[in-house]
Write a protein that binds this ligand. Structure first.
Ligand code: TA6
Length: 277
C-alpha cells in the first residue's frame, strides 16, 4: 500500500506499508521521518516540535546532508540544500514484505545559483525487515565535482544513559567541539555534548540500548558522525524540546571532512546504509 498525503500548507509526504513495516517519506529532501515495524512505534526519533513546511528541514528521521556535510562551504547552508529541496517521486515498487521508493533531485537554476554543477541525486529507500537507504550522485558536468554527505540519522533510544555505541573503537575522531583529534579506545557512552567525526570507520556500527541492538551497515562511507547536543545545546536547537537530548542519538553514515568524494564527469558515487533494528 502507498498513498500521497498533502497537508493544508501543501507539504507532501508518501506513506508506504507492507506486512512487515510502515514508513513516511517527505518529498522535500526525500526525508524518511517515520519507520516502524507493522503495528509498532517509530524506530527513528522525530521531534514533537518539528515543522512540516517547505524550506524547513524536518527535525528527526534521516535528513540527507548533501552536497555538503557541515558548514565548511560558506556558500552553502549547513548540511547543504538537498534536505530542503523538492524531490521527484520516480517509482514505488511493493510486495507483501518490501516496499521500494525511488526519488530524484536534478539541478535547477536555483541549485546552480547555490552550487554551480549539473547533477542527479537519486535516493532509493527500501522498507521491510530492515530499513535500507542509498543516495547516488551522478556528475553531469564536463568537470569533476566533489561532495561531502551523510545520512543524518536520529535514533530513538530509551534514555541516552542506556546507550553504548560499539564499532568505533580504535578509530581516530575529530572532536569538533574542541577541534582536537583523539583515538577512541572504548565503546562510546554519552554523558556530555558529543559532536565527533570518526574517520576510517568500519562498515558495521552497533547501537546498544538496554536489551536492544541496532546494527548499521554502510557501503561507500569511510566516516561516521556521532552527535548528541546534551543539555545546553539542546535548549538552543530549533524545533527541539529542551529535554530531547535524553531521547536520541545521531549516528551518521557519512563521507565527511577528509573523507570527501571526488566524482569525475558522468560517473556515479553511491552511499548506502542498511539499519537492522
Ligand atoms: O551532525 C552533527 C551536527 O553537525 C551538529 O553540529 C548539529 O549542528 C547537528 O548537525 C544538527 O544540525 P542542523 O543543521 O540539522 O540543526
Amino acid at each position: 500500500m502507498h498513498k500521497i498525503h498533502t497537508l493544508e500548507n501543501g507539504f507532501k509526504y508518501l506513506e508506504v506499508s507492507n506486512t512487515l513495516s510502515h514508513a513516511k517519506i517527505a518529498l522535500q529532501g526525500a526525508h524518511i521521518f517515520y519507520y516502524a515495524y507493522k503495528g509498532g512505534e517509530n524506530l527513528l526519533w522525530l521531534s514533537e516540535k518539528s515543522a512540516y513546511e517547505y524550506g524547513v528541514a524536518i527535525r528527526g528521521g534521516i535528513p540527507l546532508c548533501w552536497p555538503r556535510f557541515g558548514s565548511i562551504d560558506e556558500s552553502l547552508q549547513q548540511h547543504g540544500f538537498a534536505r530542503t529541496m523538492l524531490f521527484e517521486l520516480l517509482s514505488v515498487n511493493e510486495n507483501d514484505v518490501s516496499s521500494e521508493v525511488i526519488l530524484k533531485l536534478s539541478d535547477t537554476p536555483e541549485s546552480r545559483a547555490l552550487w554551480n554543477h549539473r547533477f542527479e541525486l537519486v535516493v532509493r529507500i527500501v522498507i521491510g525487515k530492515t530499513l535500507q537507504i542509498s543516495m547516488s550522485t551522478k556528475n553531469f558536468d564536463e568537470k569533476e565535482l566533489f561532495i561531502t554527505q551523510a545520512f543524518h540519522t536520529y535514533f530513538r533510544v530509551s534514555h541516552i544513559s542506556n546507550v553504548v555505541i560499539k564499532g568505533l573503537q580504535n578509530s581516530y575522531y575529530l572532536d569538533t567541539l574542541i577541534d582536537e583529534k583523539h583515538k577512541e579506545r572504548e565503546p562510546l557512552r554519552i554523558n556530555q555534548e558529543v559532536d565527533r567525526v570518526y574517520m576510517d570507520t568500519d562498515d558495521f556500527i552497533y547501537l546498544y540500548d538496554k536489551d536492544r541492538v541496532i546494527t548499521l551497515k554502510t557501503i561507500g562511507s569511510a566516516s561516521t558522525v556521532v552527535w548528541n547536543p546534551w543539555i545546553e545545546k539542546c535548549s538552543k536547537m530549533s524545533y527541539m524540546d529542551k529535554n530531547a537530548y535524553k531521547e536520541f542519538v545521531c549516528i551518521e553514515s557519512a563521507n565527511a571532512f577528509d573523507d570527501f568524494i571526488l566524482i569525475k564527469s558522468k560517473k556515479i558515487h553511491t552511499l548506502s546504509l542498511e539499519v537492522s533494528f
